[in-house]
Design a protein around this ligand. Structure first.
Ligand code: RB5
Length: 143
């Protein structure tokens, strides 16, 4: 599975940890769109890069990070076809896949620790959409 990651300066350290974690798993191909240092950038630019790449089918899934996850969440969900889920624990990560078919996971680096974030990422990448009544609800959102 191809996974694209992007984040702002508030989350570059957590993104680095996630990339290191995922690179150990052979089934994932990682694309990093930056930013890779603490120099201040504008999160909407990185949300746009990642969401455009997901919509262009350059990867199946995306992970967006900023300090709180809120800015990335607001920005990502402006893109038609992007279902961005701001998750704080493994339960919300699981539900965002099973019920919401989230194609972008959003994390707030200043709100959760590294171990929690890695657990969320693992669950989110493993879980599948269950369809059924949940597909009907997603169809309503798309319309
Ligand atoms: C950057 O300081 C911060 O505003 C950003 O990372 C994010 O939390 C915005 O929602």
């Amino acid at each position: 599975m191809k996974i694209i990651l992007a984040g702002d300066h508030g989350a570059f350290e957590l993104k680095k940890e996630i990339i290191k974690h995922l690179q150990d798993k052979t089934s994932y191909q990682i694309i990093n769109l930056g930013v890779d240092n603490g120099e201040s950038v504008d999160y909407p630019s990185y949300a746009q890069k990642l969401c455009s790449a997901i919509l262009a089918k350059e990867a199946e899934r995306g992970v967006l990070l900023c300090g709180t996850g809120l800015g990335m969440s607001i920005a990502a969900n402006r893109f038609k076809g992007i279902r961005g889920a701001l998750c704080h624990d493994e339960y919300t990560a699981r539900m965002s896949r099973q019920h919401n078919d989230a194609n972008v996971l959003i994390l707030g680096a200043r709100t959760i620790g590294v171990a929690t974030a890695l657990g969320i990422v693992d669950v989110w990448l493993q879980e599948d959409f269950v369809g059924g009544r949940h597909q009907r609800r997603l169809d309503k959102i798309e319309k």
